[in-house]
Design a protein around this ligand. Structure first.
Ligand code: KG4
Ligand code: ZN
Length: 351
């Protein structure tokens, strides 16, 4: 299975060998475009698609040579078909469709969120669909924060989602206020280490609901900053605050803990409500070591198993897309090359 992922600002190609019950990753290549968009303060779709067009053929070449195979030996081609930026999705999908048509092979259109959702099952010994054990899954990325009840391959029930900012988006926006780099999550995690998570009191919104809201937390940080740096109200100019290091550490730790409390509390509550004994977590924010540790501890206190993909599989990549494509192909699914990309593709079709 060869898969392409070009939904946002990462170009990725992966090749997975599957047999009746298992899979082996032969190649996984990712080219990040972070540098190309940094100076604009956000992703510029036109630049993203041009970069996908440049990077994808190179990654394909490299992937095929690392996997010691040839494109003609690939049995099926897959690509992310949504959600994401339309002009970016088109690049990966067009390449996969072209290869499938050219070599007379099957094509699979894969949902990016399903890629994240099943990534915790990557690399398990036996991976047929019966091994996707029922679980409550938390997807936390830059674009999404979702709680999903997974009962098996393709059997997903969306039980909660963010009503405003995604958790990763909150990390990124707060990092920007503090003059840290993009994406903000890794930098905030770095400064939070050794900081005091109880020094600043931040809201834990909507704890009783299965939905999430992080914009109040972001606003609380914005209003706190001029108070701890009197005379330096930069809310209007949007210029970053230069806090002294101990304060920066405490602020990052307090902010990070507020997000972790919300994510852990709701996920464990959902596992108990739906009587599921496995919690899984995926998406870029799930790289956060403190979040992983606290989710693992909270699960084990309730006798619940916890599973999360290795960090390299949590941020956007094509290996997770290849895994879903492989599982779906085995279960008898395939797509038509006429299937269009969908920037707003939902994980669970809304009736
Ligand atoms: O899944 P992903 O790579 O892309 C999307 O599909 O959105 O997630 C990217 C997000 C960014 O918002 C980034 O700040 C966040 O994941 N992130 C983290 C960490 N590493 C990445 N957030 C918190 N802690 C981290 N260590
Ligand atoms: Zn993603």
């Amino acid at each position: 299975m060869l898969a392409l992922e070009t939904s946002c600002d990462e170009t990725a190609v992966a090749i997975l060998r599957g047999d009746r019950s298992g899979h082996e990753l032969l190649a996984s290549e990712v080219a990040s475009q972070v540098g190309a968009h940094e100076k604009y303060g956000g992703i510029v779709p036109e630049i993203a698609s041009r970069n996908h067009l440049i990077s994808a053929p190179r990654l394909l070449d490299r992937g095929v040579s690392k996997a010691k195979t040839r494109l003609s030996e690939i049995d099926a081609f897959a690509a992310t078909s949504g959600p994401g930026l339309a002009s970016s999705l088109m690049i990966g999908a067009s390449i996969a469709k072209g290869l499938a048509i050219g070599f007379g092979k099957r094509y699979l259109a894969i949902n990016h969120l399903e890629g994240h959702l099943l990534s915790p099952f990557f690399g398990v010994e036996k991976d047929d669909s019966s091994d996707i054990k029922p679980n409550v899954s938390l997807i936390v990325s830059g674009g999404h924060t979702m709680l999903v009840v997974v009962r098996g391959l393709t059997n997903y029930q969306l039980i909660g989602h963010t009503v405003d900012d995604a958790a990763g988006e909150a990390f990124d926006k707060v990092a920007k206020m503090l003059g840290l780099g993009y994406p903000g999550g890794p930098d905030i995690e770095k400064y939070a280490r050794g900081g005091d998570p109880t020094r600043f009191e931040f809201p834990r919104s909507m704890l009783a609901s299965e939905n999430f809201s992080f914009s109040g937390l972001k606003t609380a940080v914005r209003y706190l900053l001029p108070k701890i740096m009197p005379g330096e109200d930069r809310r209007l100019t949007q210029a970053p605050y230069n806090l002294d290091e101990p304060t920066l550490r405490d602020l990052c730790a307090s902010f990070q803990q507020a997000i972790i409390d919300v994510l852990v509390t709701k996920t464990i509550a959902a596992a108990q409500k739906y009587r599921l004994h496995l919690v899984t977590m995926s998406g870029g924010v799930s790289c956060n070591e403190e979040l992983r540790r606290q989710m693992r501890d909270a699960s084990s206190r309730k006798g619940i198993e916890f599973k999360s993909a290795e960090p390299w599989l949590c941020t956007d990549n094509a290996a997770m897309i290849a895994l879903v494509a492989l599982l779906r192909l085995r279960a008898g699914f395939e797509s038509q090359v006429t299937e269009e990309i969908d920037p707003n593709l939902a994980l669970v079709s809304q009736l």
